[in-house]
Design a protein around this ligand. Structure first.
Ligand code: MN
Length: 487
């Protein structure tokens, strides 16, 4: 077995400095008379954010900024006072978090320093990206808000849950914060589509129950083999998250038989050589499925994720996925940027800027670009935003309703895909579309940042010919339902 992990200094119970204690008592004092929607004292929220940031191993400035993150917006505390008391860095972070809230309330607020683009989402990202720690505080803030979402009125719940699914969970994914992504997505999805959530949750449980026996048998077989080969390892089952199953089913026409990673076993070993060794041993025990061996160690995913994946068929025809990785890879897959941030990111980008190293991991490159762009824009310099590799969501575009709500769609989506995403009632009565204020047609491919207004008429009925003007399975499904209803 793997030797007990050396204590990550970031995870040690932090000794609270006087500075941090001062921040806590200041925030408590300032939020004193305020309550959360649940009726509990408001200060519970910033304190929960503090705890989350501590768990993520963030540096003290970030934790202090987390404690103070709502003071400038919601109390009479000023940025100047924060600067005097806690220094520039904390003030900068609090300002960043406050700006995001302002930007989200009114995207126009960004005009003063982001005149170069009309793309609201890009603007938001740049506002966020001015210091990556701002984004991490924002994610901690959102995590606590989604954990306590039930206290809000239903309409607000849905809105926040949708935004969490569409913006914050993908962001967590982009930072390779796997644990956070799963929690954000599953909690949000439970609000957005409670029936589907329950259904899939039960499905996963049932499936895992039926596979339990096979699984423990395989675990035993694999463990014995690895022990015989004197490989240090940890093996454990990993349960697929509800939301990722939901997304995968949509991709495979709801055919559960195409989902091969419902049950997975994770093997953690000390080094890369052992990863490949274990892969070979597993293939000598079970039949690997064709085309299902993925080497994310030599070719990491865009977010820096590394592992070997293989799907095998057991003698009694069960399909099981194995994920093999080192401890470091595992830590990074779970905690992502937050894990590597304090110790690596700063040092890495510093060395990179000074020319001491030639390449940054791709997972960090976009952050550097984002930070540089934000700094230039703040200094009033020009930035070619088109050249920015802001491929945060490579396969997605974000478009807006005239009211400014963000809707995410796959690249290449058409106006009807958008309409059905809003509501099938709207989708069924479409007569036309305005894109960025101009009349357009239903074959017009939507682009990142478009403002889309769907024109409807009560007299319009859904048409079978619309299938040609749809690319998402969601819209296809809704149109099908409407057409069946009609006939
Ligand atoms: Mn907050």
């Amino acid at each position: 077995m793997v030797a007990p992990k050396e204590k990550n200094p970031a995870q040690k119970k932090p000794v609270e400095s006087d500075r941090l204690k001062r921040a806590v008592s200041l925030a408590t004092e300032k939020h004193k008379s305020q309550l959360r929607k649940s009726g509990e004292p408001y200060i519970n929220h910033p304190l929960a954010v503090k705890k989350i940031l501590e768990e993520w191993g963030m540096d003290e400035d970030t934790i202090i900024a987390g404690v103070l993150h709502d003071t400038v917006e919601d109390t009479d505390l000023t940025l100047e006072e924060i600067k005097t008391e806690f220094g520039d860095s904390v003030a900068f972070l609090v300002d960043g978090v406050t700006k995001i809230s302002a930007a989200r309330k009114n995207m126009k607020d960004l005009d003063s320093y982001l005149p170069a683009t009309k793309d609201n989402f890009l603007r938001l990202m740049i506002a966020l990206g001015s210091d990556i720690r701002v984004l991490i505080i924002k994610l901690a803030d959102r995590l606590h808000n989604i954990r306590t979402l039930s206290a809000l009125p239903p309409e607000k719940r849905i809105k926040i849950a949708k935004e969490t699914l569409e913006v914050f969970a993908p962001l967590a994914d982009r930072l390779n914060m796997g644990k956070l992504r799963v929690e954000l997505a599953d909690r949000a999805f439970a609000y957005v589509d409670p029936r589907r959530f329950e259904y899939l949750k039960n499905l996963i449980e049932k499936y895992n129950k039926s596979a339990e026996k096979t699984l423990s048998k395989i675990k035993k077989e694999v463990s014995e083999t690895l022990k015989r080969e004197k490989i240090d390892f940890e093996i454990s089952g990993r349960v697929k998250s509800v939301y990722s199953l939901h997304k995968k089913l949509a991709k495979y026409n709801q055919n559960i038989n195409e989902i091969y990673d419902l049950t997975a076993l994770r093997i953690i070993v000390p080094d890369i050589v052992s990863c490949y060794l274990v892969l070979g041993l597993i293939h000598s025990l079970y039949t690997p499925m064709n085309g299902r061996i993925k080497d994310y160690i030599s070719v990491p995913k865009q977010n820096g994720y590394q592992s070997l994946h293989t799907t095998v068929i057991t003698p009694n025809k069960k399909i099981i996925e194995f994920q093999i990785r080192t401890k470091e890879m595992h830590e990074y897959a779970e905690r992502g940027l937050a894990a590597s941030f304090y110790y690596n990111e700063q040092k890495l980008t510093e060395n990179y800027k000074q020319g001491k190293i030639q390449h940054l991991p791709t997972s960090l490159l976009w952050i550097t670009e984002l930070q540089d762009a934000a700094a230039k824009l703040r200094d009033g310099k020009k930035v070619d935003l088109k050249k920015l590799r802001l491929n945060l969501f490579a396969d997605k575009i974000f478009v807006y309703t005239p009211k400014g709500d963000i809707i995410d769609l796959p690249k290449g989506s058409l106006p009807l895909d958008f309409a059905f995403r809003l509501h099938s009632e709207i989708g069924g009565h479409v007569v036309g579309v305005k894109i960025n204020g101009k009349m357009s047609n239903l074959n017009h491919k939507l682009e990142q940042g478009d403002i889309v207004e769907i024109l409807t008429s009560k007299n319009q009925t859904p048409k079978a010919s619309w299938f040609d003007k749809i690319i998402t399975s969601h819209a296809r499904q809704k149109l099908n339902q409407l057409l069946r209803k009609e006939s």
